[in-house]
Design a protein around this ligand. Structure first.
Ligand SMILES: C[S@@+](CC[C@H](N)C(=O)[O-])C[C@H]1O[C@@H](n2cnc3c(N)ncnc32)[C@H](O)[C@@H]1O
Length: 289
């Protein structure tokens, strides 16, 4: 029986593991994260019945195909905090300005939304609720919500669509009743209805290793960039710019995040009292309104 709980990375081990995490995911960990990283890596030690961090590092190095173990390592290392209607003003902007604007402009009647770094699914399902509430406006439209994350376990959780507690605290009661099934056996447990599940396509996507989808109308990448250093943020935002429609695209980042000194490809807008970015090509369109 090993004393897993007692173990903490040495500064040298921290350097090795944090570099591995950075190289594989762009997630940058300051030295002050040593306890956090130790706690999270301990789960892999336990799962593999490995005795020390040093042994775990060697184990990874000796694997002929490291990809599976690296996926599992990133899965335990990533921070997945999220909840329904997080930064709710974003969703007011989405419903009252962005979607009506896209509907007025796009001829192909196809709306594609991407929740990049979707974690356990609360963000894409919130988007699905909002778009369902706009069903009259979107009648006859082909609506697709792509929801991606680097971590497998959060995507499994998301596909189940079963939520409770503070994850659903901010869902207005009428929407909770309309879009969720209340569990009969467990208290305060709600599962999103099939109609929402059918709107969202979940999949793994590493923002620094995998190809991006194209021609996206709305990109949500909120509370993800905070984990990356400036260089990775710049690369990421450039790739989002390339993925977004230049004629009607909108880009949402977290309320505590900024594109200042990260990108000049986007113009900052305040819509419904909420920060939203549009490709710089659209700036005239907004200033003339
Ligand atoms: C704090 S959650 C944000 C969830 C949601 N967007 C929100 O704002 O509530 C950050 C998510 O980013 C994901 N993530 C971190 N690095 C990533 C990468 N390189 N590629 C894809 N997803 C990543 C994490 O796995 C995590 O689920």
């Amino acid at each position: 029986m090993f004393e897993y709980n007692m173990q903490r990375l040495t500064p040298e081990e921290f350097e090795k593991f944090s570099k591995l995490v950075y190289d594989e995911s762009g997630i940058f960990m300051k030295d002050s994260k040593i306890t956090l990283l130790s706690n999270r890596l301990r789960k892999r030690l336990q799962a593999l019945d490995i005795n020390s961090f040093a042994e775990y590092f060697d184990y990874i190095q000796k694997l002929s195909d490291k990809s599976h173990e690296l996926d599992l390592l990133l899965d335990v290392v990533s921070t997945n905090e999220t909840y329904f209607f997080r930064s709710e003003r974003h969703f007011a902007a989405l419903m009252q300005k962005c979607v009506p604007d896209i509907v007025a402009k796009k001829k192909d009647r196809k709306l594609t939304v991407w929740s990049a770094g979707c974690s356990t699914g609360e963000e894409p399902y919130t988007i699905a609720i909002c778009l369902s509430e706009l069903k009259d406006l979107l009648f006859g439209w082909d609506v697709e919500i792509l929801a991606t994350d680097i971590a497998y376990s959060v995507l499994d959780f998301a596909r189940q669509g079963k939520y409770s507690g503070r994850r659903i605290d901010k869902v207005p009661p009428n929407l909770l009743e309309k879009y969720f099934d209340k569990s009969e056996s467990e208290e305060d447990v709600y599962t999103v209805k099939k109609q929402l599940k059918d709107m969202v396509k979940f999949g793994t996507l590493n923002l620094f290793k995998d190809q991006f989808p194209r021609n996206i109308d709305l990109i949500f990448c909120r509370n993800v960039m905070i984990y990356f250093d400036r260089e990775h943020q710049r690369t990421l935002v450039k790739n989002f710019y390339n993925a977004l429609s230049k004629t009607n695209g909108y880009f949402f980042i977290g309320h505590s995040e900024t594109l200042h000194s990260v990108s000049e490809d986007f113009a900052y807008m305040k819509i419904m009292d909420s920060p939203v970015y549009v490709p710089k090509e659209r700036l005239n369109e907004f200033s003339s309104n």
